[in-house]
Write a protein that binds this ligand. Structure first.
Ligand SMILES: Cc1cc2nc3c(=O)[nH]c(=O)nc-3n(C[C@H](O)[C@H](O)[C@H](O)COP(=O)(O)OP(=O)(O)OC[C@H]3O[C@@H](n4cnc5c(N)ncnc54)[C@H](O)[C@@H]3O)c2cc1C
Length: 555
């Protein structure tokens, strides 16, 4: 019965996707975490999955994106401030992720000396990041960079001794104070300049030694960075040209004597997505920086940070894809069209199941790679890190935007409206492919490994060999890749063929071994046997979409 003046009843709309445990509803994630070495972490991840999927956390995410950060360049009397003001929701999200240790837990063994790495630490942390990205992606930027900065800091024991204990705390301290007075610290990174991002050798920012110079000593840095995200971090790892060439420096925002360092934020980027996170243009006006590693060896010094960031980009995209899928499945389980739930309409079932196959593959590959970061002494793991980091980053981050779009369409008009999750996810998804090495750069990195360290390729293939041998489609795909590789003259133009081909092969092999047959058969059938198409929902006539979807979102 309608109330007076009520024109209609609202029905057949899906309830909001919230108060969902993002860990315990995700079978592929739970299995990957257990098999890759973090079985002991499932209980705490289940708790974190509950937090990340709670209505309260998702509301903070909405607020942090609807109220983006603002640059405060000057105070009311004209004095420089160089502050970025965030909505309290952003700080709440940072406190959740830092409280969980996502910025540092892989390095807990460094507390109080150099202990042994905890087995499964990277896998556990990656699972946390996968969940936290679903809660809200923008605040994960400083979390990722802080974690990734640790190996670079370790190159300079004196700096490491001061900064790492502050990084290892679980306290989010947003105050602008000198390090000694802070409860916790975060680290950002500045490499990209106007005239060159990928080509950092083109950097023009200069570094002049204050005294003798050399590793650990102080320089004055003058120049700019065209993109420097999370400018409210406590310090930044920055590349600049020293007399002996491109070198790596740590630039704190507040100097040890309490003075503000000369980092002048010019403006914040007006970005397609990633709105809760600030990304700035900055000038360094003789800012104080401490050299890390040898002068002229800036790229090798920062390289491990780059590799760890690439792992996080892939994990983040896999998490965002899973949320886009889960949100679409949830909607289709509630929405009825033509007397049937959408999820029971055969065509929609196939579209959703096809997307679920990509999420399964992305998740399996990311966590197989994350596990390799937990075994520093193992040669097969080293080959995975070197070869499969660019491959996984390329492939997972490239799949994200297409999946985000299709997931959005599953919600019909509601998908295109900013109030829902789908639109924000769609705008967020292209970023991870650009950041820290865009698509072609990943393909070129793979070619470099294939040419300089062919043993890494053979080692990964040997590792996957038994699973490839089990499947005629995977075997035939490998033969095609080998033919491509035997044509070194044309290799330069084949980077994308090889990188996508290798990603598919590895994902197919990992699913063949670990996923239920209804997943592995459908993935391999559509991605290798030629029945799939360029858009989702093709070639699955013989598959079991209902089983695939029950697995994709339990409940
Ligand atoms: C939201 C956001 C946040 C960011 N935050 C940071 C940050 O905190 N710190 C930081 O240092 N940077 C940051 N960046 C910058 C980012 O890392 C760079 O934009 C990225 O590395 C690409 O560099 P570029 O923009 O100079 O493009 P370019 O280097 O000019 O590349 C343009 C295109 O050319 C391709 N390309 C490059 N070289 C080759 C080649 N040899 N052959 C074929 N194709 C090639 C690339 O794949 C890319 O598609 C951020 C960017 C964004 C969008």
């Amino acid at each position: 019965m309608l109330e007076p003046f009520q024109t209609h009843e609202v029905f057949n709309q899906s309830p909001p996707f919230q108060d969902v445990n993002l860990f315990t509803t995700d079978a592929a994630l739970m299995e990957a975490v257990s098999r890759e070495g973090a079985n002991g972490s499932t209980q705490q991840l289940a708790q974190f999955g509950h937090t990340c999927g709670s209505a309260e956390a998702l509301e903070q995410a909405r607020l942090a994106n609807d109220n983006p950060p603002r640059l405060l360049s000057f105070d009311s009397k004209g004095a420089r401030l160089d502050l970025v003001e965030f909505h309290p929701a952003y700080h709440a999200l940072m406190a959740i992720s830092i409280g969980q240790g996502l910025h540092c837990s892989a390095w807990d063994h460094l507390a109080g000396g150099h202990g042994k790495r905890r087995p499964g630490a990277t896998v556990e942390r990656s699972a946390g990041c996968y969940l936290a990205n679903q809660m809200e992606a923008g605040h994960q930027c400083p979390i990722t960079m802080t974690n990734a900065a640790v190996p670079t800091l370790l190159l300079e024991p004196d700096l490491a001794g001061r900064w790492i204990p502050k990084i290892l705390t679980r306290s989010y301290d947003k105050s602008l104070r000198r390090l000694a007075e802070k409860r916790g610290a975060t680290i950002g990174m500045g490499m990209t300049e106007k005239q060159g991002g990928t080509d950092v050798r083109a950097n023009t920012t200069r570094a002049a030694p204050v005294a003798a110079g050399g590793p650990g000593s102080q320089y004055l840095i003058t120049g700019h960075k065209w993109f420097m995200s999370a400018p409210m971090c406590d310090a930044f790892l920055v590349l600049a040209q020293a007399p002996a060439g491109l070198s790596c420096f740590l630039l704190p925002r507040v100097l040890p004597d309490g003075r503000i360092n000369a980092l002048r934020f010019q403006r914040l980027k007006d970005k397609l997505g990633n709105r809760s996170n600030a990304s700035c243009e900055v000038e360094f006006q003789a800012a104080h920086g401490w050299m890390i590693g040898e002068e002229g060896r800036g790229i090798p010094s920062i390289m491990e940070m780059v590799t760890l960031t690439r792992l996080d980009c892939a994990v983040a995209s896999a998490g965002l894809m899973r949320l886009a899928l889960a949100n679409a499945v949830h909607h289709c389980r509630h929405r009825r069209v033509f007397q049937k739930r959408l999820v029971d309409q055969p065509l929609m079932q196939q579209v959703l199941a096809d997307m679920a196959l990509d999420v399964e593959a992305a998740t399996a590959l990311c966590f197989r790679l994350a596990g390799a970061f937990d075994r520093p002494e193992d040669t097969t793991a080293a080959a995975w890190r070197r070869l499969m980091t660019p491959v996984t980053k390329y492939w997972v981050c490239k799949m994200g935007p297409a999946l985000g779009y299709e997931a959005l369409e599953c919600l019909g008009g509601n998908g295109y409206v900013e109030e829902g999750l789908a639109a924000r996810l769609y705008r967020e998804l292209p970023l991870n492919a650009i950041w820290e090495g865009s698509g072609n750069v990943m393909a070129l990195d793979l070619l470099r490994v294939l040419q300089r360290e062919p043993e890494a390729f053979e080692c990964v293939l040997e590792d996957l060999g038994a699973d490839i041998a089990k499947d005629a489609h995977l075997q035939a795909h490998l033969e095609r890749l080998r033919v491509l590789l035997q044509d070194p003259v044309r290799l330069d133009g084949r980077g994308r063929d090889l990188i996508e081909g290798l990603a598919l092969l590895a994902a197919g092999a990992v699913l063949r071994r670990h996923a239920p047959n209804f997943v592995a058969d459908a993935f391999i059938g559509t991605r290798f046997a030629g029945t799939g198409g360029r858009s989702y929902g093709q070639g699955l006539a013989a598959a079991n979409p209902r089983a695939i979807l029950d697995r994709a979102l339990a409940g």
